[in-house]
Design a protein around this ligand. Sequence first.
Ligand code: GDP
Ligand code: MG
Length: 325
Amino acid sequence: MLQRLGKPVALAVNKADTDAREDVAHGFYELGIADIFPVSAEHNRGMDDLLDHVTRDFAVGEAPEEIPSIKVAIIGRPNVGKSTLLNALTGSERSIVSPIAGTTRDSVDETVLLNGVEYVFIDTAGIRRKGKTREMAEKLSVVMARRNIRMAHVVLLVLDATEGIVGLDATIAGYAHEGGRGLIICVNKWDLMPEGGKRKFEQDLRDELKFLEYAHVVFLSAQIGTGVKPLFKMIRQVYEASSLRVTTGELNRFVEALHYEERKILYITQASIRPPTFVLFTNKAVPLHFSNQRYIANQIRKQFGFEGTPIVVKTRARGADKQKR
Ligand SMILES: Nc1nc2c(ncn2[C@@H]2O[C@H](COP(=O)(O)OP(=O)(O)O)[C@@H](O)[C@H]2O)c(=O)[nH]1
Ligand SMILES: [Mg+2]
């Protein structure tokens, strides 16, 4: 009946708990199904191979483009230097830079082609209007940040080094984090800072923006141009990290080696990219505590190189019936 359907069929021969029983499974060849997988559902044997096999032809995200085009949003509160940074990145003067907060013209997209990669920068545009208040400009910067985050693959969050991290920075940073995009924190106007303060600044920044622990921090001067060029490589790296896929087999080998006591992780698989999202099947019905989610996310990041991107970890409980036994 199955073969008449004309669909790919794989045979999972269960209860192959031992090597000897695995051999027996191959006796099922006479059913005429070539893809035979001895498995043990109870002892979690052979599942990786089976799952990798049945998912091998699944579409992987968007179709690959000829030239990868990375959309990069430049966000931050008014006057931190977003437009200056855009100009430095694109080598143009198209964005209007002004010492008066919120004077960027309209929506500005600039494309740079570098080493076969297209970078499309989206500046947080403001609306130039007479009598616009500082408060209005600040509100607008949040609205624009949220919009541009949605359109981007990678986000550059710009801070003004001379002012440290203020409340509005944290608000915008929060949206960047929720957006699930790869993130680079750009500490701008570093030319105005005394020598040697980077470590302290980064420490304070990490304290204030704890939830952005995965983000790279770079110190730069958009006006002078120092630290701007290396951003391209970093943007590309973050984009690639956020687009990375790990096979179910690799993930489960990793989980086996992980010393995780809180509960038994039966299974882990990557459900999507940008942000990389993982689903854990565990032996408990309650979702993982936030701190445990973070622990596992960080272990995954370390192991597989998801640098600069947030990672989402979801839990699925195995059916309650299993627990009653
Ligand atoms: N010293 C210094 N000033 C900067 C730097 N980047 C921007 N500025 C100045 O900061 C002000 C605001 O810059 P702008 O790019 O318009 O900020 P935006 O509102 O975030 O787009 C302008 O006076 C810029 O010249 C920098 O790296 N160093
Ligand atoms: Mg601007």
